[in-house]
Design a protein. Structure first.
Length: 188
């Protein structure tokens, strides 16, 4: 599934894309029962993808960072993750545009969760490197953006992924790459 798509190639207008994105977000937000951190027993025995399925089903909480920064995951499958958010005035830097940390956090969520969705039961990961390139300023005049992450390599010890942050018109705002360390999860 390509969440970005090309509006021209797909024959959809920016308004149609925005309507679809807003519907996707409404569906996800309706399933989120709470923001928080899942307890170890809630995720024990689940693969990475199953953790996201449990989150989308409302069986485990969604991470609080999404609530804090106003973004949510809208689609996750094996090796692929899509997050979206609305740039707000609260995200602005002193120059009057969205702070680079918001770009980086949204992209980090997409690329890292793409990696997370590949993990088998008993494995965990952590980001060891994140490279973000901001190619265009972002303001609240852009109603919604999506960060799309795809795994490039999923190995036993290292995984890499790439991501893009774009608007409903397909305009690129930033891109990123990550390297994640994969390791045995702690059991309690």
């Amino acid at each position: 599934m390509n969440a970005a798509g090309s509006n021209a190639a797909a024959g959809t207008s920016v308004e149609e894309t925005l309507a679809r994105w807003r519907a996707d977000e409404a569906r996800v937000r309706a399933s989120i029962r709470e923001f928080g951190v899942a307890r170890p027993e809630q995720v024990a025995g689940l693969s990475g993808l199953q953790v996201f399925e449990a989150m989308f089903d409302g069986r485990i909480p969604a991470p609080p960072i999404g609530d804090t920064l106003g973004f949510v995951p809208v689609h996750i499958e094996h090796g692929y993750a899509v997050f979206q958010g609305a740039p707000k005035f609260a995200h602005y830097n002193p120059l009057g545009t969205v702070h680079g940390g918001w770009f980086a956090t949204l992209l980090d969520s997409a690329v890292a969760c793409a990696v997370h969705a590949t993990l088998p039961v008993g494995k965990a990961y952590t980001t060891v490197e994140l490279k973000t390139n901001i190619v265009r300023a972002l303001t609240e005049r852009v109603p919604l953006v999506r960060a799309e992450g795809r795994v490039v390599h999923a190995g036993n010890q290292l995984a890499t992924a790439e991501g893009r942050l774009f608007g409903p018109d397909g305009r690129l705002y930033a891109h990123a790459s990550t390297t994640c360390l994969v390791f045995d999860a702690r059991t309690r």
